[in-house]
Design a protein around this ligand. Structure first.
Ligand code: HEC
Ligand code: HEC
Length: 511
């Protein structure tokens, strides 16, 4: 895929990297999965005085570029700065759909919000705008950008140093224009970096526009979501939007219901904020991060202050952090604190469903035999098959049609998702994995092959060849059929001359 290649392309100084930059490709930060979030940080700095916040533009602020193509141009946090903070890489999955949320829908959410938690819509003019019309900013921790094209141009320049049609001027290392010529002699704009006919910014934009939303399993009905709503999380983490019904949009993006769990508005988070002022966004304000895909985000919070530990620990800390002084999240943090432990657990179980992949019981992002037989990390579909379940039960991950029963109706989806090899040992048209899910007893040793399946008939001793030892093994049980009756090749119930003839026909190495 051309867009994905561009997204993963490592720039070099010759193809436009630098003079200063943070990483060489988009995908090196947005890497879990490609286009998703990551654990890479960038640094913002500035100076806070009685007169207000100064992003120290003239000294290379507020974004620090941590690397340079030459040591002559390296940036550092200037001594004038008295604030610096980290920003962690958010995911951009389904951002084409987020871009397609109508402004009016976001504004309607704002207007319906209680005064105590009401957010602010940040209006911005996209870099590519021809008419100068303001749109609701929705991307970035400060809601600073409204369109993917603008973000791509901005990230290309600010994270990688690639000048482009929308942002044609290099960033001056440490704010000093003289250093640009010293360290970068590639003519601007540097996009496209690889002589391609489409610009890099266009290609990464296309790639991001069609990234699918993270999964959510089960898709609905969890008690934890009811509690999420009761304690007021949904007031800012708006569960769903419908994208614009705009004939100019591709079908995949048009009039689609999405479940981002964000209002894309700025909220005052009081002492939990980052102190960095960005245009109209104050040092306390942050955009509500979408919670979809939360399960695979580590670390979380704008500066990644909650990392490592278990998922439950991370999100519990994050919820309590909403309760810091002067935060709009205080009431819901307190309402969470007042919940009994069972209700807290249900709420966190719901958060854990955001990003959860259907059938992936052990959460290793692969649908394999561990998800059939189960493991310490999750119950397998074989154990759930035939069982009723509610969305709160562990088996719900396998009830993908959500009819309250894990049954044969869920199996076609399982087969489509299964990453293991699909074999049909008895050639009856039903894959072995399906037969094993329906009746796990047929694969007692749980090796994924039905126990009565002989991949090499005649190889009674399992040596890999049909040879004289198999003949001797057959003669040893002649005219009888002890259990296991491996030598009864034709399944007649007794070992006789028909089996001997078959053995001779099968003579030789196994295929
Ligand atoms: C050095 C790591 C890094 C690189 C390289 C990088 N990003 Fe990002 N990206 C970030 C961080 C950190 C943020 C959050 C920025 C902020 O709001 O302060 C972000 C935010 C974004 C967002 C908005 C996400 C949101 O939640 O609203 C988009 C879209 C994006 N990046 C696209 C790109 C593209 C396209 C490229 C390549 C041209 C790229 N990024 C390169 C780290 C990176
Ligand atoms: C007043 C609006 C508001 C309310 C109410 C609210 N949140 Fe948030 N939430 C935010 C904002 C804004 C952030 C970003 C804070 C930051 O990173 O500094 C956030 C961050 C988070 C994060 C971290 C996500 C990430 O990727 O970093 C989680 C998890 C979260 N909220 C869950 C909840 C839950 C659960 C509740 C209910 C108990 C809740 N929130 C209530 C606005 C709100």
């Amino acid at each position: 895929m051309i867009g994905q290649d561009a997204y993963q392309l490592n720039l070099t100084p010759e193809t436009g990297l630098g003079p200063v930059f943070n990483q060489r490709s988009c995908g090196s930060c947005h890497n879990r999965p490609v286009g998703g979030p990551g654990a890479q940080f960038v640094t913002r700095f500035g100076r806070l005085t009685k007169g207000g916040f100064d992003p120290l533009d003239h000294l290379g602020g507020s974004l620090l570029q941590a690397q340079a193509v030459s040591e002559d141009c390296e940036e550092f946090i200037p001594p004038e700065a008295n604030i610096s903070t980290l920003r962690v890489t958010p995911g951009v999955l389904a951002y084409g759909l987020v871009e397609a949320i109508p402004d009016e829908a976001i504004l309607a959410v704002r207007d319906a919000q209680d005064a105590s938690i009401q957010g602010e819509a940040r209006m911005v003019v996209p870099l590519e705008s021809l008419d100068g019309e303001e749109l609701v900013g929705r991307f970035g921790w400060k809601a600073q950008i409204a369109t993917i094209t603008s973000f791509s141009a901005d990230a290309a320049l600010n994270e990688m140093g690639l000048t482009n049609a929308l942002l044609p001027d290099e960033i001056a290392p440490q704010g000093d224009p003289a250093l640009i010529d010293l360290c970068d002699d590639v003519p601007d704009p540097e996009d496209p970096p690889d002589g391609s006919s489409t610009s890099f910014v266009q290609r990464v934009t296309d790639f991001q526009r069609f990234l699918a939303p993270p999964p959510q399993t089960p898709r609905s009905g969890m008690t934890g979501e009811v509690i999420f709503n009761q304690v007021g999380c949904n007031q800012c983490h708006t569960p769903s939007f419908i994208t614009r019904d705009d004939p100019m949009l591709e079908d995949a993006l048009r009039n689609v219901q999405i479940r981002p769990y964000s209002d894309f508005l700025l909220h005052g988070m009081g002492l939990a904020g980052d102190g960095i002022v960005d245009g109209p966004a104050s040092g306390q304000q942050l955009r509500t991060p979408p919670l979809w895909g939360l399960r695979y985000r580590d670390p979380i919070w704008h500066d990644g202050r909650f990392g490592a530990g278990t998922f439950e620990e991370r999100v519990t800390y994050a919820i309590y952090e909403h309760g810091l002084f002067a935060s709009q999240g205080i009431d819901s943090a307190q309402a969470f604190a007042a919940l009994g432990s069972a209700d807290k657990a249900l709420l966190i179980q719901f958060l854990d469903s955001l990003g959860r992949i259907e059938f992936d019981a052990d959460g290793d992002e692969e649908i394999d035999w561990a998800d059939v037989f189960g493991s310490d990390d999750g119950v397998g579909i074989a154990e759930c098959h035939g069982q009723p379940c509610t969305p709160d039960d562990a088996c719900a991950i396998h009830d993908v049609n959500q009819d309250g029963l894990v049954d044969d109706l869920d199996l076609p989806d399982f087969l489509a998702a299964f990453d293991g090899e699909v074999l049909d040992c008895d050639g009856d048209g039903t894959p072995d994995v399906i037969e094993i899910i329906r009746n796990p007893l047929i694969d007692a040793d749980q090796n994924g092959v039905p126990d009565d399946c002989k991949t090499c008939p005649g190889d009674i001793d399992g040596s890999g060849a049909v040879d004289v030892n198999d003949l001797l093994a057959m003669l040893a049980v002649w005219e009888s059929c002890p259990d296991p009756c491996d030598a009864d090749l034709d399944g007649s119930g007794t070992v006789d001359v028909d089996d001997l003839l078959m053995l001779l026909m099968l003579w030789g190495d196994c295929a």
